[in-house]
Design a protein around this ligand. Structure first.
Ligand code: DGL
Length: 272
C-alpha cells in the first residue's frame, strides 16, 4: 500500500565537506523544488580527501547527529563521495528509518558507456584508496582498464573558484592529466567525476583535456534516488513549484564573502 500523501513539504539535508554538494543540490532542486533544504558544508575540516576512515566517520557523525536531531529531516543526502565511501553504514545504523542517499562513484555507467574500454575515476585521494571504490571497479568494470586518479588539490581549486578567487588553470591541468591514458591500444574515453566538487569545474576540465572524453556527473542519478525515496515516504513531487529558499550552514562559522554569497543566493541559499 502506498503511504497517504503528506501535505507538508519534505525536509532535506544535503551534506558535503564543502561546496561540492551544491552540484547535487542543483540536480535535486530540478526534481524537488518544493523541498525545504538545509545545506551543510563542513568547511571547518575541509578537505576530507586526506582523512583516515575512522576520523572521517567520527567527524561526519559529529556534524550530522545534532543537525538530524534538531531538524528531523525526511532525507539526508551525503553529497560527497569521500564521506559516502565510509559513513553510510554507520549513519544508517544510528538513524534507522531515516532515508539516507549516498554518492557512489559512477563506475557502472562509465563501464557501460565506454567504447574503448578504458575509463578513469577522478576522485580525492581518500576515495581512490577505499575498498569501497575498488570493489565497485571489480564488480562493474572488470573488463575495462580503470585508472584510479586521486587528485590532491582539485577540490580546493574548485572551492577557490566558487569563492571568487579565480581559477588556477595550470593547476587544474596537472591534476586532471593523469586521468588521460593511451596505452596498449586503449585510450581513455570516459572520466567519472567521483568528487562532487569536480562538476563545478567541468568546463575547465574540457579546456585542458588532451582529447575529448565523456565526463560522468553522478548528480542527476542522486537526485532521482532522492526523488524516489521521498515519493516512497509519501511526499508527492511538485516539479512546477518555484525552488524554495533554503539555508546553508558552514561548520567554521565563517561568513561567506561577497562572491560566494552571490553564488549561494543564485542557488536559493542564505546563511542560517
Ligand atoms: N566533495 C567531496 C567528494 O565528493 C570531497 C572534497 C574533499 O573534501 O576533499 O568527495
Amino acid at each position: 500500500m502506498p503511504p497517504e500523501p503528506l501535505s507538508r513539504p519534505p525536509r532535506v539535508l544535503v551534506f558535503d565537506s564543502g561546496l561540492g554538494g551544491l552540484t547535487v543540490l542543483a540536480a535535486a532542486d530540478r526534481l524537488r523544488p518544493e523541498a525545504e533544504r538545509l545545506y551543510v558544508a563542513d568547511d571547518a575540516v575541509f578537505p576530507y580527501g586526506d582523512l583516515t576512515e575512522p576520523d572521517l566517520v567520527a567527524r561526519a557523525l559529529a556534524v550530522l547527529d545534532p543537525l538530524i536531531e534538531e531538524g528531523r529531516p525526511d532525507a539526508v543526502v551525503v553529497a560527497c563521495n569521500t564521506a559516502s565511501t565510509a559513513v553510510l553504514p554507520p549513519l544508517r545504523a544510528r538513524w534507522p528509518g531515516l532515508a539516507v542517499v549516498g554518492t557512489v562513484p559512477a563506475v557502472k555507467p562509465a563501464a557501460a558507456a565506454s567504447a574503448t574500454r578504458r575509463i578513469a575515476v577522478l576522485a580525492t585521494p581518500g576515495t581512490v584508496r577505499r575498498d569501497y571504490t575498488r570493489d565497485l571497479v571489480r564488480r562493474f568494470a572488470g573488463d575495462c582498464a580503470v585508472d584510479l586518479v586521486g587528485a590532491p588539490r582539485l577540490a580546493t581549486l574548485a572551492e577557490a573558484w566558487l569563492r571568487g578567487d579565480g581559477l588556477d588553470e595550470g593547476g587544474v591541468r596537472s591534476e586532471v592529466a593523469p586521468a588521460f591514458v593511451d596505452r596498449d591500444g586503449r585510450r581513455t574515453d570516459t572520466v567519472v567525476l567521483a568528487c562532487t566538487h569536480y562538476p563545478l569545474l567541468v568546463d575547465a576540465f574540457a579546456r585542458v583535456a588532451p582529447w575529448p572524453v565523456s565526463w560522468l556527473d553522478p548528480a542527476p542519478a542522486i537526485a532521482r534516488r532522492l526523488d524516489a525515496v521521498l515519493g516512497a515516504a509519501g511526499f508527492p513531487s511538485v516539479p512546477s513549484a518555484p525552488v524554495r529558499p533554503g539555508r546553508v550552514v558552514f561548520t567554521s562559522g565563517r561568513h561567506p564573502g561577497p562572491a560566494l554569497a552571490r553564488a549561494l543566493l543564485a542557488r536559493g541559499l542564505e546563511p542560517a
